[in-house]
Every structure is written in structure tokens, then in C-alpha cells.
Design a protein around this ligand. Structure first.
Ligand SMILES: Cc1ncc(COP(=O)(O)O)c(C=O)c1O
Length: 392
């Protein structure tokens, strides 16, 4: 054990005010309680004037905070972000060759769906291991391109908005679920953007959001996907977009409790300055981890490049030589021991890395998490690591 480790292994005194650091469902906004839902439109139809107005309010507030351009359609769709992404893939793909970036668990799942379920014979999977992005110079932007803006399971994000050329013939379909409300998205370079309520604003898991550019709508109306589509995926009728979906008429029944909670998160986002406020809070959370990582020798970011480091899904590798010498299953056990200790102390819940990712830690740094709580958590990580290190 190094001097750094032994000097910080004593039991910290300060605890995070909120131990919720899960990467989804994410922490509720500061000050949230169930009372925030007291005006929920429960026991009433979502198709009544008031029900529809509340759904439309979610669409309008989300669009305003995110800066969705005029002319885009934003709708509430079934099955969270997964539902929104799958709807887009199944409805839109097949018209052109497809390039899909697969660099962590979810983007790899989209690639598998495109290749094995949609069975598109003109799909190319551009792969990279956890911690890296695929070589973006390999992307053919005349193809449709499927990507995750922020890899929630690797903590790697696209480094800047201009990695996508302004002129691209294909559609760019972007899973932005762990990026929306935390980082800038290049709306002028994307065609489909998806996210879910359970991520950056701390909403309840249930529904997904699907945003379509005018080019994506044009594709939907002109291209008939050569496959059957279940009702919950269908966005067009007789070659015309079903416009009411984008005005608050959902395809199937939403939970009005979840709708109320989504509105609560959006109103909180507005109260802290909208996207600028959300981004600043997320950056402050990452800054706490960056400062700690710089002076801590047992840990390192999973993202290899600083400019690709996510401020929401902050993924950490354990780099102590004794840990690296273990088999993967043994490494997972060590991580489980650490997270078990932290859970028992009530200082951090759900911070083990995603099941397919390299064993390590993952701390959610979206805006609903307080920087002071991240700061208070970090000495506890040193403590937990010292407890499981062989020489402790
Ligand atoms: C990048 C990404 N895509 C998709 C999903 C699936 O989201 P949901 O469970 O909300 O459908 C997640 C969940 O964490 C994710 O991080």
C-alpha cells in the first residue's frame, strides 16, 4: 500500500447528503419529495383536455430547455429510451446503408439489433473497446449513422458537436439519454434524438422522448420500412406522420404520476437556469472527481481521453497492481465488496460499473447530484478501497 492510500484510509466523518449516485434511475432533484406529485392528474384520462395539456407541457418545456429547433417534432413514446431508439431503428432504417458506432453496452445492443434482428445486409459496425470511441474518420456520413452521444456504461462521450459534418446525406440517429439535459447536442447535425425521463432530470422510468428533424419526418413519410411494425412503433398512417403523437396524444396510456414527476424535473431545470445551469452543475460534479483522481493512485478514468470524458456517467477503473492481477470474476467480487461496504454505510448506492463493463466504479454526475455530495463521497471510496486491499 502506498503512502497515499494509508493516509486516506481512515473512516471519513462527512457523509453525502444524498447517497443516490445511480446512473439510472438517477437521483431526484434536490429537495424532491412525493409531495411534488400532489397535483398529479391521477384517475383521469390522459386524453381529456387537461391530461393532454400536461403531456403537451412536457413536450414544450423539454423542447425549450434543450433548444430543439423549430420544425422538429418531439413526442412521448412507450418504453423509455429503449422504446424511442427501437422505434426509430425499426421505422427508419433500410433506406440506405447504415454505420453504427458500438463502443459500450447500449450502443453495442443497437448494433446487435440492426445486424441480428433487422438483418440489414448493408450495416457496418464500427467498434471500440470500453474507454475509447471508434475511429470517427471511418464513418461514412452518406450512410445512416446510429450512435450514442454519451456512453453510459463506459463514461465516454463524443468530444464535440462538430464531429458530425453539417452536411450529411444519411440520417444521424442519436441515443442521447445520458447526454440530454447535461451537455450540448448539435441539433443542426442530428436527425433523431432520444432520451428517457429516468435520467438527467431524475424522473421516473416509464416513457421515452423521441425528437425528429424535418428530414427524419420526410424519410418516415416517403420510406415504407420493409417489415411489420407493432402498434407501439408506428409513427405514420397512410404515409403521413401521425402528428397528434407530437402534441401530447400518446400511442398508449402513460402514467400521469410519471408525467407529473417529469414536469417537476423540468420546472426545477428552468429554476436553475435551464440547460446552462444543468451543464454547470454536471461539470462541477466531474471537476470534483477529476481533482480526486489526480491525487489518487488506485483509480483512473475509464475514458482514455480527457475530451471524451463524460460528466454524467463518470466511470472509473481500478488500477492498483494487485487488482489488475486478478481475473475478471475476482475483480468483480472486490468491487462488490467495496460497494457493499458503501451501501451498508449509507454513503453510496448503485455505484458498481455496469454488468458488461470492466469491473470498476460508476458515479452519476448529472445535475440532480450535488457537487458537495460528490466531494463527500470520494474519501469514502478511498476508505472502502483500503478495506478491501490485501495489505489492509
Ligand atoms: C445510452 C443508453 N441507452 C439506452 C438506455 C436504456 O434506457 P431505458 O432503460 O430508459 O430504456 C440506457 C440506460 O441507461 C442508456 O444509458
Amino acid at each position: 500500500m502506498t503512502s497515499t492510500q494509508s493516509s486516506v484510509s481512515s473512516r471519513p466523518v462527512t457523509r453525502p447528503g444524498n447517497p443516490c449516485f445511480s446512473s439510472g434511475p438517477c437521483a431526484k432533484r434536490p429537495g424532491w419529495s412525493v409531495a411534488a406529485l400532489s397535483d398529479a392528474f391521477t384517475g383521469r384520462s390522459h386524453r381529456s383536455a387537461e391530461g393532454r395539456a400536461r403531456l403537451a407541457d412536457v413536450i414544450e418545456r423539454s423542447s425549450a430547455i434543450l433548444g430543439v429547433p423549430e420544425g422538429w417534432r418531439v413526442g412521448i413514446v412507450p418504453a423509455s429510451d429503449t422504446g424511442a431508439v427501437e422505434m426509430a431503428l425499426w421505422s427508419l432504417l433500410g433506406a440506405r446503408p447504415v454505420d453504427v458506432l458500438a463502443f459500450e453496452s447500449f450502443s453495442t445492443l443497437w448494433a446487435q439489433d440492426i445486424v441480428s434482428q433487422l438483418k440489414l445486409d448493408n450495416a457496418r459496425v464500427l467498434k471500440a473497446d470500453y474507454g475509447h470511441l471508434p475511429d470517427l474518420s471511418e464513418v461514412n456520413w452518406t450512410h445512416d449513422v446510429v450512435l450514442a452521444w454519451n456512453g453510459t456504461t463506459s463514461g465516454v462521450r463524443l468530444p464535440s458537436c462538430d464531429v458530425i459534418p453539417a452536411e450529411h446525406e444519411g440520417l444521424v440517429i442519436c441515443d442521447a439519454t445520458s447526454a440530454a439535459f447535461a451537455m450540448d447536442l448539435p441539433w443542426d447535425r442530428l436527425d433523431v434524438v432520444t432520451w428517457s425521463w429516468q435520467k438527467a432530470l431524475g424522473g421516473e422510468a416509464a416513457h421515452g422522448m423521441l425528437a425528429l428533424s424535418p428530414r427524419a419526418v420526410e424519410r418516415l413519410e416517403q420510406f415504407e420500412a420493409p417489415r411489420p411494425l407493432p402498434k407501439i412503433f408506428r409513427l405514420t398512417k397512410k404515409n403521413a406522420l401521425i402528428e397528434p403523437i407530437f402534441k401530447g396524444d400518446t400511442i398508449n396510456t402513460p402514467s400521469m404520476l410519471c408525467v407529473e414527476d417529469a414536469l417537476d424535473g423540468l420546472k426545477w431545470a428552468e429554476s436553475i437556469g435551464g440547460l446552462a445551469g444543468l451543464k454547470a452543475r454536471s461539470k462541477a460534479n466531474l471537476a470534483e472527481v477529476v481533482a480526486w483522481e489526480a491525487k489518487t493512485d488506485w483509480v483512473s478514468f475509464l475514458a482514455e481521453k480527457e475530451e471524451e470524458r463524460s460528466s454524467t456517467a463518470i466511470c472509473l477503473r481500478i488500477v492498483a497492481p494487485w487488482f489488475l492481477a486478478l481475473e475478471r470474476a475476482e475483480q468483480s467480487k472486490v468491487v462488490k465488496q467495496m460497494t457493499g461496504l458503501l451501501d451498508k454505510e449509507g454513503v453510496a448506492f448503485d455505484i458498481a460499473s455496469y454488468r458488461d463493463a470492466p469491473p470498476g466504479l460508476r458515479i452519476w454526475g448529472g445535475a440532480t447530484v450535488e457537487a458537495a455530495d460528490v466531494k463527500a463521497l470520494l474519501p469514502w471510496l478511498d476508505w472502502a478501497f483500503a478495506q478491501v486491499a490485501p495489505s489492509a
